[in-house]
Design a protein around this ligand. Structure first.
Ligand code: CP
Ligand code: NVA
Length: 305
């Protein structure tokens, strides 16, 4: 695998192998300590980050690679310099670049440079590295995706899109509830329904959080206002006010349901304190698993290069 941009074109077997690799790295970190010796990884971020930055930066170091971080103001991708010029320049120094961008098109343009591996560390459209960490969390908790009723309550955003791809590929059951006008993008749903024909995944999209949460094994949510959407603050707060994971919605789910959130969370908006801190929550395990899954991604794109 040269790049890790989207889960869309990953086969079921490759995705399962990647989850298993992340699981193995978590159990035996020392066995992987020198696997990327001599390699260099750059992190080029247009937006803030806590988890993704730490996971890829530290992950690269723990695998024996060197790491460089470029903050949003340093490079000004596409402003100070053309995206292709940045990619071609960095390919002379680095083996891989982890990008966090406003527009997904920026990543698509960067990836045209053949000499550097590119990892999507979040774009407005997709957040695949988050979802690999989430799949590792489900694996670790003994939840077989094909036997899990997964419910996502909230914005049809980048995290939601990558979850849709993952569940379509793995053949799981995913139910999305978003306010009208904030559902997942049509083109992503079209892709996922096509993938689901083969995998037998079950995808439903509705506008009722309680309908989606009924008998769920997993309740997942994300912020109402993603990075870059701040100007829609007021309209979004109005539209999403019923789309919250709290004690009331947890009553509709199964008794042993787990609560997931990619973080950062806005307590009192998309998730209540009681749901985030309560016995169902696995959010900090998810956060920890970003590290092990980031290492699996770096190995997948760089080992043997
Ligand atoms: N979940 C996630 O990607 O967190 P950061 O934005 O802090 O990287
Ligand atoms: N949907 C959120 C995810 C943050 C990790 C955003 O894009 O801001």
């Amino acid at each position: 695998m040269k790049d890790f941009i989207s889960l869309k074109n990953i086969s079921r077997d490759s995705l399962v192998k990647l989850i298993e690799l992340a699981y193995d790295i978590k159990r035996k970190p020392n066995a992987y300590g020198n696997k990327l010796k001599g390699k260099s990884v750059g992190l080029l971020f247009q937006k803030p980050s806590l988890r993704t930055k730490t996971a890829f930066y530290l992950g690269a170091l723990q695998l024996g690679a060197a790491a460089v971080y470029y903050s949003p103001d340093e490079v000004k991708l596409g402003e100070r310099e053309e995206i292709s010029d940045v990619a071609n320049t960095l390919s002379g120094y680095l083996d891989a670049a982890v990008l966090r961008t406003f527009s997904h098109k920026t990543i698509e343009e960067f990836v045209l440079c053949p000499k550097i591996s590119v990892v999507n560390g979040l774009s407005d459209l997709l957040h695949p590295s988050q979802v690999l960490g989430d799949l590792l969390t489900l694996r670790e908790l003994g939840k077989d995706v094909r036997k899990t009723e997964f419910s996502y309550i909230g914005d049809g955003n980048n995290v939601c899109h990558s979850l849709l791809y993952a569940f379509s590929i793995l053949g799981g059951s995913i139910s999305i509830a978003s306010p009208k006008g904030y559902e997942p993008e049509e083109k992503i749903l079209k892709d996922c329904f096509a993938i689901a024909k083969k995998s037998k995944a079950k995808i439903t999209v509705c506008n009722s959080p309680f309908k989606a949460a009924k008998s769920a094994d997993v309740l997942y949510t994300d912020v109402w206002i993603s990075m870059g959407k701040e100007k829609q603050n007021k309209a979004r707060k109005r539209a999403f006010k019923r789309f919250r994971i709290d004690d009331k919605i947890l009553m509709s789910a199964k008794n042993n349901c787990i609560v997931m959130h990619c973080l950062p969370a806005h307590r009192g908006q998309e998730i209540s304190d009681s749901a985030l801190d309560g016995k169902h929550s696995v959010v900090f395990l998810q956060a920890e698993n970003r590290l092990h899954s980031a290492k699996a991604i770096l190995l997948a794109v760089l080992e043997g290069k």
